[in-house]
Design a protein around this ligand. Structure first.
Ligand code: PMP
Ligand code: GLU
Length: 396
């Protein structure tokens, strides 16, 4: 018998789709994957060199649990320069990826029965992490016509005496949309009035298009800074998903509690990855703009193509590397003898018949949509779109 806790959650659907696509590829099927969201760019050479140097120098032992001081200083400098927020080293913790920081926040903040508000569509791991920590996810729907920004009046309706936190993510995975200042200020006002925390996952802040700006949540004011735990990491900005470096910044009491949990669970993130992360933050940053302009070309292509398909309608994302097309026009029809009624059915049909992998909207709490990561080559995108068009043509 396994614990009730683990029985309450499902495996990460984004990672599961990645595994499934890789298995099919390994067995000789030519799968085009729009599944997992990770930059297809290689980690820059200077960052790799810093890691190799760390190994050669014997920087291969335990480090302080919450991260080495030079990395915490580099993060503090980054937060000051990019985000206009001041954090002291004791207000910063480095973890094994942003996912790990988020998990430690949940461990440090939530008690049994606490309610945690999650705007839908949401990234798949938020509800699971809340459940793993005996708290209750409370979903608030957002709407495409509001660019998927939370309506303050709808948020307010879901606030109760048990509301402990709201998890915000912008630019958003899966919608690719971001928040404007007015919307963020309205949320901050409610958090202060009703005294709950904002967990602000800003991991896609560097991946923005068409001159869209990023407003860091704790930069909204001194009061809200005290009620915010900011989460970020290097996976997306520096193409470092496998290195497992993320971080959180917030009130020192919460950060200290996270460090205590980390010290009894994982200990420090890899010493070698931390050395590489110092170089990532201190070294040249031009890699990012090169990567973003490549994503931008793919974004324009894939959104135009998707919108040219009858039955699909796709918003233009401001950031991240996901297309989030509405697919209700494709549902309730029969394709090659197979009836497709929902986003899961469509995803399965496309995987099995067209050999394209993507994630059904339902995994993000949004039926009627699918998510396609365009962090893959232009050639793959072209071929994948061709297959998609063929697969949905001639529906009955
Ligand atoms: N937050 C969001 C919204 C994400 O898309 C991801 C990527 N899976 C993460 C957090 C976690 O990133 P990582 O653990 O690789 O730092
Ligand atoms: N951010 C990616 C995604 O959503 C990575 C996979 C994951 O960690 O869930 O696909």
């Amino acid at each position: 018998m396994l614990s009730d806790r683990v029985s309450a959650i499902k495996p990460s659907p984004t990672l599961a789709m990645n595994t499934r696509a890789k298995e099919m590829k390994a067995s000789g099927v030519d799968v085009i994957s729009f599944g997992v969201g990770e930059p297809d760019f290689d980690t820059p050479e200077n960052i790799k060199e810093a890691a190799i140097k760390a190994i050669r120098d014997g920087f291969t032992k335990y480090t302080p649990v919450d991260g080495i001081p030079p990395l915490k200083e580099a993060i503090a400098d980054k937060l000051r320069a990019d985000n206009s927020v001041e954090y002291r080293p004791e207000e910063i913790i480095v973890s094994c990826g942003a996912k790990h920081s988020l998990y430690n926040i949940a461990q440090a903040l939530f008690n049994r029965g606490d309610e945690v508000i999650i705007p839908a569509p949401y990234w798949v791991s938020y509800p699971a992490q809340v459940l793993l920590n005996d708290a209750k996810p409370v979903f608030v729907e957002t709407h495409e016509e509001d660019s998927f920004m939370l309506r303050p009046e709808e948020l307010e309706k879901h606030i109760t005496g048990r509301t402990r936190a709201l998890i915000l993510n912008y630019p958003s995975n899966p919608t690719g949309l971001t928040y404007n200042r007015a919307a963020l200020e309205a949320i901050a006002g409610l958090a202060l009035r009703h005294d709950f925390y904002i967990i602000s996952d800003e991991i896609y802040e560097k991946i923005l298009y068409d001159g869209a700006g990023h407003i860091c949540f704790p930069s909204l004011g001194a009061d809200i800074r005290q009620k915010t735990i900011l989460v970020n990491g290097l996976s997306k900005s520096h193409a470092m998903t496998g290195w497992r470096i993320g971080y959180a910044a917030g009130p020192s009491g919460i950060i200290k509690a996270m460090s205590k949990i980390q010290g009894q669970s994982t200990s420090n993130p890899s010493s070698i990855s931390q050395a590489a992360a110092v170089e990532a933050l201190r070294g040249p940053q031009d890699f990012i703009s090169g990567m973003v302009s490549e994503f931008d070309k793919r974004r324009r292509y894939i959104i135009d193509e998707l919108n040219s398909i009858e039955g699909i309608s796709c918003i233009v994302p401001d950031g991240a590397f996901y297309a989030f097309p509405g697919i209700t026009g494709l549902l309730g029809k029969t394709y090659n003898g197979r009836k497709v009624d929902d986003s899961s059915g469509l995803s399965l049909y496309l995987l099995e018949e067209a050999h394209i992998a993507l994630v059904p909207g339902i995994a993000f709490g949004a039926e009627g949509y699918i998510r396609m990561s365009y962090a893959t080559s232009m050639d793959n995108i072209r071929e994948g779109i061709k297959r998609l068009k063929t697969a949905v043509a001639g529906a009955e």
